[in-house]
Every structure is written in C-alpha cells, then in structure tokens.
Write a protein that binds this ligand. Structure first.
Ligand code: GLN
Ligand code: ZN
Length: 754
C-alpha cells in the first residue's frame, strides 16, 4: 500500500524558521540568508519523508507565513495598498501578513482567522473590485524543482479554488460570483504549468467541503471544477479534504474526474458510511486519512487495519494518508529527554507518524498481519492499563448539581452592584493581561528551569517585574490593572503545569501563526488542582496599588482546546474536570481580596463543530456550562471578565452571553465591526471591550485612529457597557510600541469621555 502526507511542519525541528524570520524582521540577516534557511529546512523535510518511505511527499506546503496567503499571492490577490508600498516580493508578502510601518508607508496587516477547527491562523486574503486574479507566482514549481534536484518527486499542494474563494474577503462592490471565471482560468494555468513540468500529482486542499454546503455551494464547486478538471490531461489531481466528512457533496465528488480523493477518517464521522452507501469508484485512488494529523497519541493499528482491510475487500485502491497536514502536531519526539519512556511510548509526533504510515502500509499488504512484530508491539501498548485515573476527581464530578452551573443574582443586578463597588470612569481602560515578555523575562524563566537560579531568585525577579509593570500602568493612566503574566510561558502550559493530570514536552512546538508557536500540554489523565496557582502573584500585585487588579486565569474550554486531549474519555468529561479545578482557583482569588477575575476563553470557538447542526448538541451544550461552573460560586460584587481572541461569534451570541460573564473583551481591530450590530440585535447583556488596536503587529495606532474606532463603537454599544482595551495580550510586543500604543489608547478614552 502506498502512503501520502498532506503537509509537513515547516517551522523546523527546533523552530529554525521562526528564529531566522524574526532575525530578518529585525534586519539582522539578509533576505538571502532567510531564503537559504528555508531551503535547507525544506531539504530536511523532504529527505526525512523520503527515508521514511513515504510515496506522496508534498511540496509547496512550506510557507514563510501561511499557505492560504501563499495561494492568494500566487494568483495575484494582493490588495493595492500593499502593492503601492513597492517593496520587494518577499516584503510585500510580509507586509500583508504582519503590517508595515516604515519608509515606504504605513499599512495594517490583513485580518487573521483561525483555520477551521484548529489553533492555526490563516491570513484572510482580500479581493478588491479591480483585483486581477491570474497566475503570477512561481513558488510551487521552484519548490518542486528544488526537491527534484534532490532526487525527490513531490506533489505540489495549494489551496483549492473553492476553499480559496469561500475564505477570501470581497472588499468592494463585486462579489465572489464575479471572480469565478478569473479563478478558473488562473487554476487552469496552474495545472498547465504543472503539466509542462511533467508533474505527476497535484494536491488541491479543499477543507471547506467538510462544512455545511448549500445547493449554491455545490453548484459553485461544480462550476469551478467542471471547467478546471478537463485542463488536467497528464497531471493527476488529488482532491484533498480534511477536518471532517464531506457528506453534502460526496455523491457528486465520486462522479467527478478527480484522479484521487482524500478523505478524513479521523474527524469525518460519516466518511466510512458514505463510502459504504455510495461506493467509491475503482478507477480513483482513495487517500484514506487514518493517521491522525491533529493529535499526538500513537495510532491503534488494530483499528486502522480493520478499516483498511474493509476498504481493500471492496477492491478500492487505497493510499494510506494522514488525516490532515502534520503542521498541527509537533515535529519529533527525539528531543524530549525529560519525559519517561513509558509516556513517550504512547506518542507519535510528525516524524513518528511517518513511521506509523510506513508500518501500517506494510501490515495492510499482508494477509496475516497479527504475526508481525510492529503489530504485536502496538497491540501490547493498547492492551496494558494506562496509569491515568483519579477516583476523587470522578467522585467530585458525580456530585456536581444543576445549581452549580448557575450564578446568582442575575447579571443585570450584579452589574448595578458592581458599578457602585468599583466607581470606574466611563469607558474604563484595561489590558488583556500579559505585558511584553522581554528577553530578561524569558532568561529568568529559563535560568530557573535549568536550575541555574533558586526559586527565591526567580520569584524576586518576577515580583520586581510586577512592581515595575504596576507603576508603568499607573503612569500610563489605565483604570484596571493587571500583573503582567511574567511568570507564564504560555496561558495554557502555565496552568497545565500546576494541575494534576497534564504532561509537558520540551520542544514540541506547533505553529499558531507566522513565527508564533505554541507548545500544547498533553492531557494524560484525570485533571485536578493540587494547590493555588496564581493567588500569590495577584495578591502581591494588588498590594502595590489602590487601583483594581484583575486576576488572570485561563478557562477550561481553552485549556482543553489548546492541549492535546485524551482519546479514552470524552471531551465533555475532560472539560468538566478542568472547570472544577479552575473553580477552586477563582474562589481562592476571591477569598484573598481579588475583586475582578478574568477567565480567558481565547479558544472557545475553536472546537465549535464545523457543521452548524452539531453546535448545540455536540459542543456548546457542555462548553458553556463548564465555563459557568468556574465562576458560579463568587459573590455578586466580584466581577468576572472573559476574553476571546476573535470576534467571529455573531452566530453564537446567545451562547456567549450565556457564559454569564460580566464583561467580555475580544479582538475587533482587524475585523469589520459587524459583530456590534448583532450584539445589539440580540440584546447582548455582557459589557464589552472590543479591541481598539491590533496587538499582532508592532504598528502604533494613533490617538485619532482609536478615537474614531471608539466613536464608531459608540454608535452601536450603550456607553455604560463599553470598555477600552487592546485586542489581546501584549506578550509578543516590544516595550516601546506597547508604551506608545497604550498611552494613545488612554488618551483616546479621555477624549471620548469629554
Ligand atoms: N490573558 C492572556 C494574555 O494577555 C490572554 C491571551 C490570549 O487571549 N491569547 O496574554
Ligand atoms: Zn486574545
């Protein structure tokens, strides 16, 4: 059986691409040096896959920032304001991704959104009325030729036309439909170029097919591919889907002229039954996504082989594949020196998944695989009991009652009480929690981790940082302060480390956006709080100021969504366990005099099922109550904040209000403010702080710009409900731009109050 990889991590084993890119952004290395690093990485990625015996190795899955943006740029979908900067190609690209402020001009970055149900972010390309969509780039073929020179024949990967069109923003009068012809001909040119180079297979990624599709969507898909497919005469087209099943369009797909179709058997609940009921054409290759591209647990060979055998029995030509790009898992287990072998034996990261693909493909070809060592070892692992249960946790969860999910009195009463309690000015200013994680902060943490300094020294340093930060915020004139989160490497890992049931890796980085990577903890067992986590820091910070200090926690849904979850119990059960642990922390903060507590649910939307029909029956029905469980025990005067890293919750506004927080801050500066109209329409009760500037970019917003944003917000939000804050935490920003931006923000709030 042959094997295929949909995409491979591009950031490098040890984040080499991140470090090189950041050096380039700081002008410490030349463009050529960055390009060389990238070339070297690609070489490693391809040869690694080749030596693992992978048959369909991707190219053009590499990206300096994001493959969606790469595809847009390939087809000249570049807004005028970036072209007008007249920068070299690479810098125009980075200007779209990160914004640009310099000699050539001042433009914000394009919007960034979560990629389907992952924590990866793509750049939302913008199509303007006069955007001339056509093939202009060379990247896929440069990479193809690069691999070919190494003796490796790869399959170029791009975002397919349907997903591209559905995920672009159309900023002018023209709509999607006005660009269909241009898109078709651009992709035809793409295919032609592949044929000129005698490329055997091309992969079109169409994850948008796993979302609910209307009749119009299906018609659009036909319109795009019915014209495109005949252009492919010698190159074969693999239609690659992932993140779910394609139930709306499956019967159509199998009749269309694709040489291969890639289906997700991990998240695609109906994939197998679709094949069983509608069949799969013998002439096509079925790329069966059976090796999980999103989670880090070893594949259970027995289960996978059963599916493969069933497919083979029906005489399907099967290629064994990952379920999605391996971009979403860490690169390798090789550098995990601290985890015991017992733990390690349960995991497979990207590199190890290559081995799994290889072993499974061999086992799939033999009649009696049960005598093979690879199979037997895997069976042994899954048969032995895993040390991961805690009876006290189970017991506590069993005793949670309906009342534990309800906070009293109702919010409108609390809001009145809290207004009195805090006496804040109109449009209170605050931040989302973290302050710049400067070199010294990271050095202090790393010295402590390596045992180079004592706990006392480590804490003393952080306390000094907190004191400086409190002074800094007072001087800037912010109303509600934060301690700065200097003790946190990451908002989830930090809590994971303090909770029982989690495991940590050292180098298991996963790309979140651009050069930003996260290191998700692994939920190994039942979760519980061993001891207070943040209380000392918050209490210390509050002792330094008369202003209100917000306590800062991460919510259960986000902790789960940004960890690698267990596969042996339900997500609901895991989230509830975490909610009880966070509840303990909330109550301890309150008992120690902290009057505002922010419980971040940065990632709440992330695991929203991709099909709307599943939203309330398979996710929100337990995620929202879990959040309420964390704070339902506090006094009426204690103000609960929450924060979300996105503003696309127009469609779940009632659910967000139902979290029953008192205040919510969210990202808004990189999006249009449509959300605010919807909030009004739904009589949204929670007070709101739509971010007034973008923290993902070093650009400093002017006072006028923020005043303008606030004035616009005021046309849509009651003045007594509006808070003023940045989009998100400031940890990735430098000190100078943070200082300048916050001062402008506070000044803007003052002007508005007048
Ligand atoms: N409180 C966190 C911070 O400020 C929130 C981060 C986030 O939303 N991603 O960093
Ligand atoms: Zn955020």
């Amino acid at each position: 059986m042959q094997t295929s990889v949909i995409g491979f991590p591009r950031i490098g084993t040890l984040r080499e691409l991140k470090f090189a890119s950041e050096k380039y952004f700081r002008n410490e290395i030349s463009a050529q040096q960055l390009l060389d690093t990238a070339e070297n990485l690609r070489k490693i990625h391809w040869t690694t896959q080749q030596s693992a015996g992978i048959d369909y190795i991707p190219c053009n899955d590499f990206s300096f920032y994001d493959i969606f943006l790469d595809t847009a740029a390939l087809f000249n979908i570049i807004p005028k304001r970036y072209k007008e900067l007249q920068l070299p190609e690479l810098d125009t690209y980075f200007a779209m991704a990160r914004g640009y402020q310099g000699k050539s001009g001042d433009v914000k970055a394009l919007a960034m959104k979560k990629w389907f149900n992952t924590n990866y972010h793509y750049i939302v390309a913008e199509v303007e009325d006069d955007t001339d969509i056509q093939l202009v780039g060379e990247k896929p073929w440069n990479e193809y030729n690069e691999a070919k020179a190494l003796g490796i024949l790869t399959k170029p990967v791009i975002i397919g036309p349907y997903t591209l069109m559905k995920h672009c923003r159309y900023t002018g009068e023209k709509k999607l439909a006005d660009f269909v012809d241009a898109v078709v001909s651009a992709y035809q040119d793409f295919v032609k170029k592949c044929e000129e180079l005698e490329i055997a297979w091309v992969q079109f990624d169409e994850p948008a097919l796993v979302q609910d599709m209307t009749a119009d969507d299906i018609a659009l898909f036909h319109r795009l591919y019915d014209e495109l497919l005949p252009a492919a005469k010698t190159s074969k087209i693999l239609l690659q889907t992932y993140f779910g099943d394609v139930r709306n369009i499956y019967p159509d797909l199998i009749k269309m002229d694709f040489a291969g179709i890639g289906l997700d058997f991990i998240e695609g609940k109906q994939t197998l039954s679709l094949i069983e009921t509608c069949g799969f054409p013998k002439k096509k290759l079925l790329f069966a996504g059976l090796v999980n591209g999103k989670n880090i647990w070893k594949n259970h060979y027995e289960k996978t082989l059963k599916v493969l055998k069933a497919l083979q029995e029906k005489e399907n030509s099967v290629v064994l594949s990952t379920s999605c790009s391996l971009l979403h898992v860490p690169y390798t287990l090789k550098h995990e020196d601290k985890l015991s072998q017992t733990f390690i034996s349960y995991f497979a990261f990207a590199e190890e998944k290559l081995e799994e693909l290889h072993e499974l493909s061999i086992l799939a070809d033999v009649a009696d695989y049960s005598s093979h060592a690879a199979y037997q070892n895997n069976q042994k692992l899954f048969a032995q009991p895993r040390d991961c249960y805690n009876d006290a946790v189970k017991d506590r969860l069993a005793h949670v009652t309906e009342a534990d999910y309800v906070r009293l009195p109702k919010r409108s009463e609390r809001q009145a009480l809290q207004k009195k309690e805090f006496g804040l000015p109109e449009f209170p200013t605050t931040t989302i929690g973290s302050f710049p994680q400067t070199k010294d902060v990271k050095a202090n943490r790393s010295a402590f981790r390596k045992g180079e300094i004592t706990r006392q020294e480590y804490e003393a340093f952080n306390k000094q940082k907190i004191a400086d930060c409190v002074k800094w915020q007072e001087e800037i004139g912010l109303d509600v302060l934060v301690h700065g989160e200097y003790e946190r490497n990451d908002m989830v890992e930090y809590f994971g480390e303090a909770l029982g049931g989690f495991l940590f890796t050292e180098k298991a980085w996963v790309q979140s956006y651009g050069t930003r990577c996260v290191k998700p903890p692994i939920i190994w067992g039942d979760v519980f709080r061993e001891k207070p986590i943040t209380v000392d820091w918050s209490v210390y910070a509050q002792s330094l100021t008369k202003k209100i200090m917000k306590g800062m926690l991460t919510g259960p849904v986000t902790i789960l969504n940004w960890s690698f979850p267990r596969e042996d119990i339900s997500i609901k059960e895991s989230i509830s366990q975490i909610a009880l642990a966070i509840r303990d922390e909330v109550l301890d903060l309150e008992a120690n005099g902290i009057k505002m507590i922010q419980i971040d649910e940065a990632a709440l939307r992330e695991k929203l099922p991709l099909r709307k029909s599943d939203w309330y029956s398979e996710y929100l029905d337990f995620a929202i109550p879990a959040f309420r469980l964390t704070h339902s025990g506090v006094k009426p005067e204690t103000q609960i904040h929450t924060h979300m890293c996105y503003s696309e919750f127009t469609d779940i506004i009632p659910a967000i209000d139902d979290m029953d927080a008192d205040v919510i801050t969210f990202e808004a500066s990189r999006s249009d403010l449509q959300i605010l109209d919807s909030l009004r329409e739904h009589h949204f009760e929670t007070e709101v702080g739509p971010g007034v500037y973008d923290i993902h970019s070093p650009r400093v917003p002017s006072v006028e710009e923020i005043v303008k944003a606030l004035n616009l917000m005021l046309t849509k939000i009651d003045r007594e409900k509006l808070w003023v804050n940045p989009d998100c935490g400031l940890k990735t920003r430098g000190v100078p731009e943070t200082d300048a931006s916050l001062r402008n923000m506070v000044e803007a709030a003052k002007q508005i109050r007048k």
